[in-house]
Design a binder for this molecule. Structure first.
Ligand SMILES: [Ca+2]
Ligand SMILES: [Ca+2]
Length: 464
């Protein structure tokens, strides 16, 4: 995740952006022609997310005097994607303080410093190791990107619709509609505010307010994380999809991992849309709540769930055409659980090769609270499955990689191609070998078992 230092916490950058649109000329004229900010503005309530960042007279004057060219903002500001030499590239441009900043991604991530000239933007992309000059021209919806002898066209991207709810321990942001002007509710520090916002150059920008006043905020996708900002306060939200499944980046892979095993509530949405889905998941042989991991789902059925969810969210416009859900590969799962590089080519060859490395560390037996394993280990209080997220997440923010339910992976176990891989052990395992993350279980792709579940990953669609 990229962090961008906010060096000007008192500058009302949102005020500049919100001038885009049919009222821009009127609003800009009003701003330029208005007298110095009145005392009421000086006494405005402090931003509850950042007490030091109240709007000031000086900041308002700086905004009015900003020489930045309005037409160029409309033409260049935003998020664009396309292909260059067959590789997906993205560029993000944002006017800030009279210059252009942003990112360019083609395998590596580069930061941009640029200035606008007549009809074009020219600047430097750099990442510490290398840098190169580039220029872009715009026809309003597409950028023509040129660097040396290479040139390509990039399409403007919309604000990504990854979900209606963004929530961390500090901030909860709930959208109520998506058409044009977007509004909803924000909760911070136990206080509730209303917000209105609109898409501006690929980000969402707006204000939240209560009886004390209004405060600007933005919501922007950076890398694969959604960042909420208000003044110098910022918070990264995990991406959530249409079912409320949350996803996190796992460095070393090209995918987002669901934080949880697929839940009963997620599978119920699928079964509700397809009456022919086998009913075994409803009869695990013990009581399950909506937030327990679904079990009695075969590898094939897990794959169909992923296909259904991909199709559903493409239809809803939440996924771009190059994005899809699938199961993690055996290699991705190893990275997510934190295993060092493994030798061998098939999962069978990698099986149990790394000893004495467990999800909780290198000791045996597992410490209390290590995860949901067999009752004989006395580390948890669940006889069968437990609600996802009941134990501590690992360093990637993922829950229950060890224990709760075995997780189907994409791969065949070996060259026989009869069995698919399962990782991570379950609520009924106590054997030290089974609890090794390097252990591979496997079973035929049509087998169901109340110890078997699955976790989804989201592929593609990375953005600057
Ligand atoms: Ca248990
Ligand atoms: Ca698990």
């Amino acid at each position: 995740m990229k962090t961008r230092p906010n060096t000007r916490p008192t500058q009302p950058r949102f005020g500049i952006h919100l001038l885009a649109g049919p009222l821009a000329t009127v609003a800009l004229a009003a701003a330029l022609g208005s007298p110095p900010a009145c005392r009421a503005a000086d006494a405005a309530p402090l931003n509850p997310l950042e007490p030091a960042a109240a709007a000031t007279t000086a900041a308002k004057q700086a905004a009015a005097a900003n020489p930045f060219d309005q037409a160029a903002q409309t033409a260049f500001a935003g998020r664009y994607a396309g292909r260059l030499e067959g590789v997906v590239v993205q560029i993000r441009l944002k006017p800030e303080g009279g210059a252009w900043t942003g990112t360019f991604v083609k395998g590596n991530r580069y930061t941009i410093q640029a200035t606008s000239g007549p009809g074009a933007l020219e600047g430097i992309c750099g990442n510490g190791q290398e840098s190169f000059p580039f220029s872009v021209t715009s026809d309003g919806e597409r950028l023509r990107f040129t660097a040396g002898t290479i040139s390509t066209t990039l399409e403007r991207q919309k604000f990504p619709k990854l979900g209606d709810l963004y929530e961390t321990k500090r901030v909860r942001l709930q959208f109520e509609n998506r058409a044009g002007q977007t509004n909803g509710a924000i909760r911070f520090n136990g206080r509730d505010y209303r917000f209105t916002a609109a898409e501006v150059a690929g980000d969402l920008e707006g204000t939240f307010s209560d009886s004390r006043g209004s405060f600007p905020f933005s919501l922007a996708q950076e890398g694969r994380t959604m960042i909420f900002r208000s003044g110098s306060f910022s918070e990264a939200f995990p991406c959530q999809n249409s079912l409320g499944m949350a996803f996190a980046e796992v460095l070393g892979t090209d995918v987002l991992f669901c934080l949880w095993e697929t839940r009963v509530r997620d599978y119920a949405a699928y079964a509700g849309a397809h009456t022919e889905v086998d009913n075994s998941w409803r009869k695990p042989g013990f009581t399950q709540g909506d937030d327990h991991p679904v079990v009695n789902v075969s590898w094939q059925e897990a794959k169909w769930f992923c296909e259904w969810l991909t199709g559903k969210e493409r239809t809803e416009g939440r996924l771009q055409p190059d994005q899809e859900y699938r199961l993690p590969t055996d290699a991705e799962w190893s990275v997510a659980v934190g295993l060092p590089k493994e030798s061998g080519s098939t999962p069978s060859e990698k099986d149990r090769k790394i000893k004495d490395v467990y999800p909780w560390g290198t000791t045996w037996p597992p410490p209390s609270g290590a995860g949901n394993y067999d009752s004989s280990l006395k580390v948890d209080t669940f006889d069968n499955t437990s609600p996802v997220g009941s134990f501590k997440p690992n360093q990637c923010g993922l829950y229950d990689l060890g224990g709760n339910v075995w997780e189907w992976c994409e791969d065949w176990y070996d060259s026989d191609q009869k069995s698919r891989v399962l990782r991570g052990a379950s609520w009924s395992n106590f054997n030290p070998d089974y609890l090794l993350p390097s252990y591979r279980d496997c079973d035929a792709p049509d087998i169901r078992f109340n110890r078997f579940g699955f976790r989804c990953v989201l592929v593609g669609g990375s953005s600057p």
